[in-house]
Design a protein around this ligand. Structure first.
Ligand code: ATP
Ligand code: MG
Length: 456
């Protein structure tokens, strides 16, 4: 293997061509699901003003405190590579006046995110998220709808045993009483907490519940629960959400330990969790953030959304042995012997591609044997050899690489149409289509009428 001095940065991944089909599978699943729920795609910059993340994600969160990649180019202000999608997308909706176009606004995106974390299985420094945001509705049915989109993706991906955990973390009205109760509880045991959690005690005690250290999470086990401190509005919202989820046959677990790592959340928070990929089992996390748009624009507008980690989704699919959509391989390889035949092969390939056929011919200068070996290696579905004899007769035998069956086709400008028909007839393996192929072949304008039919 080639020895490169410079390697990819720690915590990043290359996706080599042979693995791309897994990414294409999940990207098509998430996009089709989002579109079926009538979400529209949005694209935003990879970096934003640092202040955007400090104000929306929250300056006492791990993400802002420790994990941001912040860059400053000469003469520029300070920018940060997005650690998550919501802040930038909400900024874009506000800045472009999209929220004035009527509500709800429902958008989705597939993006890369950057966090300076300790790399491990399912935790990278550059990772990818499918995210969606819905703005302009405070109704609990919207929460159920967003959760149902995530569930739809998980089901379509063929995943089993992924649990939905939900919780409510209240609103600015009811949260202060809860924070006080938490502070009282953790202060009494502050000596046992990890250093980070001792700091969190003053600035953001809810984060202690999220701490991954076994000691802190054991202490957090008996901590006061947010759902016992909800105001009437938040309690009713949570009850209604549960009713909507039940109405949609979506199973859930009320999990008071779900608090989410970002400051902007209010009321509903949720995670989809798997036990199949080790410690980093949260495949999807999200919730409601009714205060964020007001914080950024001065104009209140309730909203909610989620982020789904695509690396973790793929990892879970791999570990559960789920099928990915196989990549489309070469439909036909056109081998050639000699200059004239090579030119014809190039011409035929171009015409085939214009018809949407995946076609290849030799561009290395290989001999016939090596060309055929290559056709095998790339799993070409059909092959054809063009030499002087074929140029002279104007016909060549197209071979089905699977069955060995050969069909003679004209190698003039009718080739691409004739080959498309042949391919369909083989794909469907139907006699009727075989007849259709004969009809098409007999109708083709050709100076040298093709004979069609099977020659071996
Ligand atoms: P975690 O539980 O891993 O700390 P989080 O609460 O920090 O996740 P969110 O900010 O909610 O994560 O991001 C949404 C989703 O993005 C997560 O549920 C996870 O699937 C994925 N994700 C977050 N951080 C990473 C990472 N460093 N590497 C890979 N995927 C990640
Ligand atoms: Mg995290």
């Amino acid at each position: 293997m080639a020895q490169l001095k410079i390697q990819r940065p720690k915590g990043t991944q290359d996706v080599v061509p042979s693995q791309m089909y897994k990414w294409n599978t999940v990207e098509s699943i998430v996009k089709e699901a989002a579109e079926a729920y009538c979400f529209k795609e949005i694209r935003v910059p990879t970096f934003e003003d640092t202040a955007l993340f400090v104000r929306s994600v929250g300056d006492s969160t791990d993400v802002v405190q420790k994990e941001m990649y912040t860059v400053k180019a000469a003469g520029d202000s300070e920018f940060t590579l997005r650690p998550e999608g919501t802040a930038g997308v909400i900024r874009a909706l506000i800045e472009n006046g999209v929220l004035n176009e009527g509500v709800p606004q429902k958008v989705f995106y597939v993006i890369s995110c950057f966090r300076h974390e300790k790399p491990q299985a399912g935790r990278l420094r550059e990772f990818h998220q499918f995210g969606c945001e819905m703005a302009g509705t405070a109704d609990p049915s919207a929460d159920a709808e967003v959760i149902s989109l995530a569930k739809n993706i998980i089901d379509t991906a063929g995943l089993k045993g992924i649990e939905l955990h939900i919780n409510s973390i209240g609103c600015p009205k009811c949260r202060p009483a809860y924070i006080k109760a938490l502070k009282d509880y953790f202060s009494a045991r502050s000596g046992e907490l990890c250093d980070t959690c001792r700091e969190r005690l003053e600035r953001n005690p809810m984060r202690i519940i999220d701490c991954k250290s076994p000691v802190c999470s054991a202490i957090a086990e008996d901590a006061p629960k947010n759902i016992d401190y909800l105001c009437d509005e938040c309690a009713e919202h949570f009850e209604k959400l549960k009713e909507y989820l039940s109405a949609m046959d979506i199973d859930f677990i009320v999990d008071t330990k779900i608090v989410r790592g970002l400051d902007y959340y209010t009321k509903t928070v949720f995670e989809f969790i798997t036990t199949d990929i080790g410690a980093q089992g949260t495949v999807c996390g999200g919730g409601r953030y009714d205060g964020l748009i007001g914080t950024l624009s001065g104009k209140d507008c309730p909203a909610l959304g989620f982020g789904m980690g695509l690396e973790r989704l793929i990892l879970t699919m791999e570990n559960q042995g789920v099928e990915f959509i196989q990549p489309h391989t070469c439909d036909i390889y056109i081998a050639s012997i000699g200059q004239q035949a090579h030119k014809r092969a190039m011409r035929l390939c171009a015409a085939l591609r214009a018809e949407g056929v995946y076609a290849e011919c030799d561009i290395v200068g290989r001999g016939l044997k090596a060309q055929m070996k290559y056709a095998d290696k790339i799993n070409a579905k059909f092959s054809v050899v063009i030499g002087d004899g074929e140029l002279e007769s104007g016909k060549a035998a197209v071979k089905d690489m699977n069955s060995g069956e050969k069909t003679e086709l004209p190698i003039n400008d009718s080739f691409s149409r004739a080959f498309s028909a042949l391919m369909i007839s083989h794909m469907l393996d139907s006699e009727e289509l075989g007849d259709t192929l004969s009809d098409i072949l007999s109708e083709l304008p050709s100076s040298q009428p093709p004979t069609g039919g099977c020659i071996s």
